[in-house]
Write a protein that binds this ligand. Structure first.
Ligand SMILES: [Zn+2]
Length: 197
């Protein structure tokens, strides 16, 4: 493509760092920002810059936070005896949006993956174990149902003797068509069947 402005090209390339944004959408976004909404674009640039400078991680649960300890960790009204382990801040937000968990969280930095050489240290397992040793009644593993999720769950279990560990039920999603499910999901769902009467 013929370039009319090297900076414009650079902006298009930079926008493609966003998930799901290819060259065409990046071009549309860049044109929109520069031509239609320059004032909002300036706000976006300054908020982004400030966010990058000021947002870090809570030193207790590792969710994104501007303070050493986040609002969830310092909220006395929440249940501090139940600790939910998730693998990303996005997953924490999903539970918070649903309002389903009023306990504490611990955010891993992804999942252990022996095949990809991702070790327990790299996903904050030592920090998690330190947090668990401070005393909790229940650790809820809310991890993705995958080989890596299983590896991570089993490793945590091996390191937490005597701690009550629970995990999310695995199986058929709401509205899921049994015919369309893969054999692994069917096997998990059947294995986790519950008594009905
Ligand atoms: Zn926190």
């Amino acid at each position: 493509m013929k370039s009319f402005s090297p900076l414009f090209d650079e902006l298009q390339r930079a926008l493609q760092v966003l998930p799901g944004v290819g060259p065409r959408s990046a071009q549309r976004m860049a044109l929109n920002l520069i031509e239609r909404t320059p004032r909002e674009a300036k706000t976006l640039a300054s908020v982004l810059d400030q966010a990058l400078n000021e947002i870090g991680h809570c030193q207790r649960c590792y969710v994104l936070s501007e303070t050493d300890e986040c609002q969830i960790c310092t909220d006395a009204k929440r249940d501090h005896t139940r600790l939910m382990v998730v693998e990303s801040p996005g997953q924490l937000l999903a539970f918070e949006r649903a309002g389903l968990h009023d306990g504490q969280y611990f955010v891993l930095n992804g999942l252990i993956s022996p095949l990809d050489g991702v070790s327990p240290d790299e996903v904050r397992i030592p920090q998690l174990l330190g947090r668990v040793r401070e005393g909790v009644d229940e650790v809820i593993l809310a991890l993705t149902s995958s080989v890596e999720g299983e590896a991570t769950a089993h490793y945590i279990k091996s390191q937490c003797p005597g701690i009550t560990l629970t995990r999310l039920a695995r199986g058929i999603p709401m509205g899921g068509d049994i015919e369309a499910l893969d054999p692994n999901t069917l096997e998990l769902a059947l294995g986790a069947r519950e008594r009905w009467s």
